[in-house]
Design a protein around this ligand. Sequence first.
Ligand SMILES: Cc1cc2nc3c(=O)[nH]c(=O)nc-3n(C[C@H](O)[C@H](O)[C@H](O)COP(=O)(O)O)c2cc1C
Length: 344
Amino acid sequence: MTFYEVIKPELIKKKDISYMLILGLQGSPRKKGNTDYLLKAFMNEAENSGAKTHIIEVAKKNISPCLGCGYCEKKGKCVIEDDDMTREIYSLLWQADAIVAATPIYFYSATAQLKALIDRSQTLWSRKYRLNLIDPGRKTRQGFLLSIGATKGKNLFDGMRLTARYFFDAVGADFHGSLTYSMIENKGDIKKHPTFLDDVKEQVGSLLKPLLGRKKILFACIGNTCRSQMASAFAQYFAGDKIEALSGGSRPELEINPVMVEAMEEKGIDTAFRKTQSLESAISDVKPDMIITMGCGEECPYVPGATVKDWDLPDPAGKSIDFMRTVRDEIEKRVRELVESISD
Ligand SMILES: Cc1cc2nc3c(=O)[nH]c(=O)nc-3n(C[C@H](O)[C@H](O)[C@H](O)COP(=O)(O)O)c2cc1C
């Protein structure tokens, strides 16, 4: 199958929306409760503004509490491998451009379900502070807190704000702001709050403003395991504030290449939790401004209105780490040039 065959013009939706992902963590175990309603209103507004959204119903996930064993501080991964945190959530946290943590106050803090997720983010904390690896999404990722409590004490949200601040730091996000509502107790109380919808609109606008309008660049190769992953990571790392970088493969493999991860770690850049995806999925609802292919000869993809460039780089998959390093350095050089040309 050629690149051209994969990117058929009719597959591309022409909506001018972004790749940006807003990840919501719904921390209340109560079905259709106040937190659920508030978070949905927030995400709805984000979608209307052009972002993609995904809500994790934390109470429905299998998340074991942190064991405090210190394994992640040495190995950079969690010793608990068979739950949803390792299977799915670490990767989503680092894929997200903004993370919205939503929780009712339980004893001046988050619910136990959300707290388990927060504690397990210690693995991401360890990768940054113990292994000195930088997740390239850090440059732009934002964190936002939504919280609700039944009483009206003036310190009601102090504990949760502190917890959120340290959680957002661990997952590589700036604490952008919060919306907190006291005296909200019974199901549906939030709907009667006089300003909450206006508050949501205002806060979503300020959260997304710096993230919208970036140049959308899709890096494409065949397996989406090495070249396009490195290129998109460098683009995010050097210019996440100007570029929305995405990658895809015409025949994506199941996993990213561990030698690529090692070579990027030598540069201090963390790609460990990245996933592969097909070009079809990459362009399913976004039209990129530019597509950069990694060596497709005459099979370069065609997307109406998008500039296509071919970097013509050799495929390092299955080769030595030295070969991977050579390709990595060439990609880094080209991404730097690309960023300069965009900044001019
Ligand atoms: C176990 C538990 C602990 C709670 N602790 C507090 C608290 O410390 N302070 C407070 O104001 N409300 C407390 N609440 C009330 C909830 O925060 C409040 O009812 C909220 O609206 C529930 O949100 P939900 O509908 O999203 O679940 C507690 C509720 C439960 C079930």
